[in-house]
Design a protein. Structure first.
Length: 369
């Protein structure tokens, strides 16, 4: 029997039982070292890019250049968020306290409250990935749940699952409801005072951002409304859409299963089976700090973003046919959006809004002996 210290030299046959997660994580130990200098350099570069692009939204003359700078600023917000995401996972540097502060700093442009993200993402999403009733990120409704919604909420669900609404989904269902001053009555015993402090921190950053744009517009004789629209609203809209798209692509696929029963979910070993590795041409994945190498991240959250590509490659070599690898195309994306509307837990398949199966139906997993 393998132990965590045993070297792995050959790929695991597809029909062989999947090793314990500790064993799989042990394969990645040699490439999981974290570097403080590299983390600081990445953070500094992305903040410089963010500042330069926001300056461009004010100082550039042609409106199309202002808009381009705003869209790129939104993309850099996403890059900064990914750095903060690593800090929140304690995978950015070897220093725990430094990770917390760098994470908070990197999260500011995305207006993400560090402690709330820590609870919702690290504890809930990573702890119970694709377990219905616990993991809330893009959790699919059943047909009965969908029919029980109000007409307005059904309309929203159709927009969310259309392929055109990932930004709206993230802005409303994740950011607004769970990341910005969530009500104590909703959070119950999980509420902590640090949540309010972190929300106040990002709100203060947003106020300074808006004030700086307003002052810059007045100083240059430009429309304040236009400056706020291009310098704040457009970057945030791009960020919401980028984030909604990324997390949708991470966990939505006709081959990805959801579970509503914990024992079956545990038998499915969800740290491998519930994530998708989306691949992109032209180094797009690298520009997103390799966040799309997502299986490796779910296997071991301590792997820094600058080691994820290597870790993902190793897992795909050692676990052939176990990992969902999907070359990205808009055709695939909208095909997935058409197929993955609701989920039938009894048949273990995705369905459309009428309950018709749109993915292969799977037999329930046998109970453990």
């Amino acid at each position: 029997m393998q132990s965590p210290s045993d070297p792995v030299v050959t790929p695991l046959p597809p029909e062989a039982p999947l090793p314990h997660r500790k064993i799989i994580r042990s394969w990645l130990i040699p490439i999981s070292q974290r570097t403080t200098v590299r983390a600081l350099v990445m953070l500094a570069i992305d903040y410089l890019l963010f500042g330069a692009l926001l300056t461009g939204t004010v100082l550039l003359k042609p409106i199309w250049l202002k808009l381009l700078a705003a869209l790129l600023a939104g993309f850099v917000i996403g890059r900064l968020f990914i750095i903060g995401h690593d800090g929140c996972h304690q995978s950015l540097t070897p220093h725990r306290r430094l990770n917390k502060w760098l994470g908070r700093i990197a999260f500011l442009p995305s207006l993400t409250a560090y402690s709330l993200w820590d609870m919702g993402h690290n504890v809930v999403h990573h702890g119970f990935t694709n377990l219905k009733g616990v993991d809330f990120v893009w959790a699919p409704l059943t047909q009965d749940e969908y029919r029980a919604l109000s007409p307005v909420r059904r309309g929203l669900e159709r927009i969310y699952r259309s392929g055109w609404g990932p930004g709206l989904y993230y802005m409303i269902e994740i950011w607004w409801k769970k990341m910005m001053f969530p009500r104590r009555s909703v959070m119950g015993n999980s509420y902590r005072p640090i949540f309010g402090k972190d929300c106040a921190l990002v709100t203060g950053f947003a106020a300074l951002w808006i004030a700086a744009l307003t002052a810059a517009a007045l100083a240059t004789g430009q429309s304040v409304l236009l400056a706020l629209l291009i310098g704040f609203v457009v970057p945030m809209a791009f960020w919401f859409n980028m984030m909604g798209f990324v997390i949708y692509g991470h966990h939505t696929h006709v081959k990805v299963q959801w579970h509503d029963e914990k024992a079956a979910w545990q038998r499915a070993q969800p740290f491998v089976s519930t994530t998708v590795h989306l691949t992109f041409p032209m180094q797009v994945g690298a520009m997103m700090h390799h966040i799309m190498e997502h299986t490796a991240h779910h296997v071991d959250m301590s792997i820094p973003l600058y080691k994820l590509k290597e870790a993902q490659k190793m897992l795909e070599h050692l676990l052939p046919e176990r990992i969902i690898i999907q070359p990205f195309s808009w055709k695939w994306y909208f095909s997935t959006a058409r197929a993955c509307k609701l989920y039938d837990f009894s048949r273990q398949c995705w369905t459309d809004f009428q309950g018709r199966a749109t993915s292969a139906m799977r037999a329930p997993m046998p109970a453990a002996a």
